[in-house]
Design a protein around this ligand. Structure first.
Ligand code: ATP
Length: 571
């Protein structure tokens, strides 16, 4: 039974309005090798990670053997155990302190007997470690780029997944290792009774000869779906999608320029050589029989029609009503934020604070559902933290009659409750700002505000540097956390919601996480030093990202009116 996507859309994590995949329908048959190709940024990795259960579809369904992959925001372990993803960059998936631990981490979810485990590791080493570099106690980070790639392949294939999903598996591999990989794929195709292989790649010459089916992606949609031979005979969709031509097509075109006819679908050097000899000898070379599509779903839709369909869905997605929050200029958002913070901080009563909360809730009201879901999770945690703080603040300890007595002071708890509620309103407003404003626009908006401070001779450059560092480091920390969550879900086979890890993984992850953060922070500092950030003025009021519209004017007027109301309510 197949692995399939039904009208799947996936939104960008930081911008729900932007679709990285849009209306993708795809059924992958057992026993097949499928290539995902497309120009850079076309959505290959996103599609592969969606098949692997790492990216949550915004709409549509992913099915494995007819059963939905996702239930209640998670993928069940039983499904994850059948899927193996080799990430685009080995650094995305390796993390353990030794090669031994890498294998152990990958195999642990399969609960194998120790001897079985040892055999799998020995088999994987025999398969991928022909130069003997995988010493068990060696750190994966002491390996070269190509050796890491082979270790990532080895630790994933050791788990014997039904569906092996590989992202750019030949990047960094020497020619001999590429041949090993092809031989492995061929052996697996012959041996596997269920499942298949999906490869996202730019390396057409290597993989076209072994593929059953090729999916061409453009702007997050499928624009062609055909056998490799059919695609080479009609390479228009490759050119339209900006992929470039495989060597066999380029060779046929070069021969045509000399008046010699060479079929374009001779995918291997051997087949091309035969065709060249025949062409030079003047023998007519028949076109290869139109290869039958690997499955009914592999029938190539005309690229034009697919393109049209894609354009229509994209237009409808773009014209969907978007929240005012996404449309406002960051300058008006900074102003609204400052007005709200001033109004909230001056409140002395619950009524005033409740009124201050209203515009924040209104701001959230128009956001799309996936954003709500993420925010609710965060708001729940925040409320729990506040509830604990308020309870602890109310606890009293008296020793009046010589015995310590624990009591509870409602007045004390209410005072703390009032302050944490105030903090809650401000935090929610910050969250609204953060989720509705891409990072670049937020910094531009801040630069604009600081430029006025600079005109007033305030020392805003050092403040801008600090804020700019925070803005850079926070996304870096979040990205690292996301990477470790992906590792736990993809390799640890944990049925978790995206962006989370299991408590039991934390001891194993914490040291690699910190080391990786230090390493990235160091690289970032070097990069900033090389770019002379800190010596160059950071503050500039000119930007192409800032566009002030009537909506911004109205929003700021609304903010001023609300501030007046809050000032009136403050006593
Ligand atoms: N975490 C993210 N946040 C926002 N946008 C993202 C994120 N990851 C990917 N994208 C965007 O999604 C689109 C598809 O990216 P993806 O990595 O799937 O492309 P790709 O075809 O694999 O590219 P490449 O060949 O360069 O690896 C790109 O436009 C990229 O900018």
């Amino acid at each position: 039974m197949p692995l399939s996507l039904e009208r799947v859309a996936v939104a960008a994590p930081n911008d729900p309005q932007r679709l990285l995949l849009d209306g993708v329908d795809l059924t992958l048959a057992n026993g097949t090798v499928t290539l995902l190709i497309g120009r850079t940024g076309s959505g290959k990795s996103t599609l592969l990670q969606t098949l692997a259960g790492l990216k949550t579809p915004t709409s549509g369904a992913v099915r494995l053997d007819g059963e939905p992959l996702w239930r209640k925001g998670r993928v069940a372990s039983a499904h994850l155990l059948r899927l193996g993803l080799v990430f685009q960059f080995p650094e995305q998936q390796l993390f353990a302190r030794s090669i031994r631990h890498e294998f152990a981490y990958s195999l642990r979810p399969y609960k194998l007997k120790p001897e079985n485990c040892k055999r799998r590791i020995a088999d994987a080493r025999a398969e991928w470690d022909y130069s003997g570099t995988f010493e068990p106690d060696r750190s994966p980070f002491a390996l070269s780029g190509g050796q890491r790639r082979r270790l990532a392949l080895a630790s994933t294939t050791a788990t014997k997944p039904d569906w092996l999903l590989m992202d750019e598996p030949t990047a960094g591999l020497e020619a001999a290792a590429v041949q090993e990989l092809l031989a492995f794929i061929e052996r697996r195709r012959r041996a596997a009774s269920r499942g298949g292989i999906v490869i996202a790649t730019h390396d057409l010459d290597t993989f076209l000869p072994i593929a059953d089916r090729v999916i061409v992606l453009q702007d997050g949609g499928i624009v062609a779906d055909a056998t490799p031979e059919a695609l080479c005979r009609e390479p228009g969709s490759l050119q339209d999608a900006g992929v470039g031509l495989p060597s066999c097509v380029a060779l046929a075109q070069a021969f045509a320029a000399h008046g010699l006819r060479l079929p374009a679908d001779r995918l291997t050097p051997e087949a091309a050589a035969d065709a060249i000899v025949a062409a030079l000898a003047g023998t007519a070379v028949p076109e290869a029989e139109a290869a039958a599509p690997a499955s009914p779903a592999a029938q190539a839709p005309p690229a034009g029609r697919a393109g049209e369909k894609l354009a229509q869905t994209r237009i409808s997605a773009e014209s969907a009503p978007s929240s005012i929050g996404y449309r406002l200029d960051p300058r008006s958002k900074w102003l609204l934020y400052v007005l709200l913070v001033i109004g909230t901080m001056m409140q002395q009563h619950w009524t005033g604070l409740t009124v201050a909360l209203i515009p924040v809730l209104l701001g959230f009201a128009g956001l799309p559902r996936p954003v709500w879901a993420g925010l609710l999770k965060f708001a729940r945690l925040l409320l729990l933290f506040f509830a604990i703080s308020v309870t602890l603040a109310g606890v009293t300890l008296t020793t009046g009659d010589g015995f310590p007595r624990i009591g509870f002071s409602q007045a004390q708890a209410m005072t703390t409750g009032f302050n944490v509620f105030r903090l809650f309103v401000v935090t929610l407003a910050s969250l609204w700002f953060a989720v509705t404003t891409p990072y670049g626009r937020m910094v531009e908006g801040l630069n604009w505000a600081l430029a006025y401070g600079k005109k007033a001779k305030l020392p805003v450059d050092s403040f801008a540097l600090a804020v700019s560092l925070i803005f850079r480091f926070i996304p870096m920390i979040l990205n690292e956390w996301q990477r470790f969550s992906d590792i736990v879900r993809a390799r640890g086979k944990a049925p978790l919601q995206p962006g989370t890890v299991r408590p039991r993984d934390i001891p194993a992850l914490i040291v690699p996480l910190l080391l990786s953060l230090f390493h990235r922070a160091e690289n970032m500092t070097i990069a900033m030093e090389m770019k002379k950030i800190g010596r160059r003025p950071l503050v500039s009021s000119r930007s192409r990202l800032l566009v002030w519209t009537r909506a911004d004017r109205l929003a700021v007027i609304f903010g001023l009116v609300w501030l007046a109301v809050l000032i009136a309510l403050r006593k």
